[in-house]
Design a protein around this ligand. Structure first.
Ligand code: ZN
Ligand code: ZN
Length: 214
């Protein structure tokens, strides 16, 4: 798997510090479990955190919030994310506790246009869902009122920004407006977390969105 779209340092730092809502935490953990590069960057950030703390008051850290963040990173006590184990077809480890082992075991709900979703049980503040988009199908054009992380698990989609294949993550925010379209040939399965309702440009999705909690 060649991953071209990665997590930002800000997200990795917030993850390390344990300050992300559960839904974003899950997406970051899933990406890190698939991506050697981000796993290495996460390890480096945590190592920097440890070094800063050991230096204590002698260390000229201008930004107190960074030190506080790293303090939390050090004390969060999470298990390190293991390197990925090659597996055929199954979900990455962090997801398995939420939806079971594979796409076949998911309780999907149709949301129109052939697209199916299942909402994952995460704490309030942000929501996480799996989306199953048939090959060639498109999602409604939309903007964002907050942060949206889209982790591709299988298949691929394109939008106005780029192409996102297996393992890639798209980070969309208030200034992103896009129409994701699954590539032909293979259905696309994504893990998506959002912390605010999407901004749809057409009427039908707008009417439906409270029902589907999008
Ligand atoms: Zn990565
Ligand atoms: Zn979006």
């Amino acid at each position: 798997m060649t991953i071209r779209h990665h997590l930002s340092d800000n997200l990795l730092m917030a993850y390390a510090a344990g300050t992300l809502p559960e839904a974003f935490d899950l997406v970051v953990a899933t990406h890190v479990s698939l991506c050697d590069e981000c796993r290495a960057r996460l390890g480096a950030l945590e190592a920097v955190g440890g070094a800063v703390l050991e230096e204590g008051p002698r260390c000229a850290v201008a930004d107190d919030s960074l030190a506080a963040t790293l303090q939390r990173a050090r004390s969060r006590g999470k298990e390190p994310i293991p390197a990925p184990v090659p597996r055929v077809g199954g979900f990455p480890e962090p997801l398995r506790g939420y939806v079971g082992g594979d796409v076949a075991g998911v309780r999907w709900r149709a949301i129109g246009g052939g697209v199916r979703q299942t909402i994952l049980p995460t704490a309030r503040g942000a929501s996480a869902r799996l989306l199953h988009i048939p090959a060639g199908a498109r999602l409604p054009d939309h903007g964002h009122r907050g942060l949206e992380l889209t982790q591709v698990l299988r298949g691929a989609f394109r939008d106005e920004d780029d192409r996102f294949g297996p393992g890639d993550i798209e980070i969309a925010s208030e200034d992103t407006q896009h129409t994701p379209v699954a590539e032909p040939g293979e259905d696309c399965v994504c893990l998506i977390a959002t912390d605010a309702p999407l901004r749809f440009t057409t009427m039908l999705p707008r009417i439906a969105q409270p029902f589907f909690r999008i």
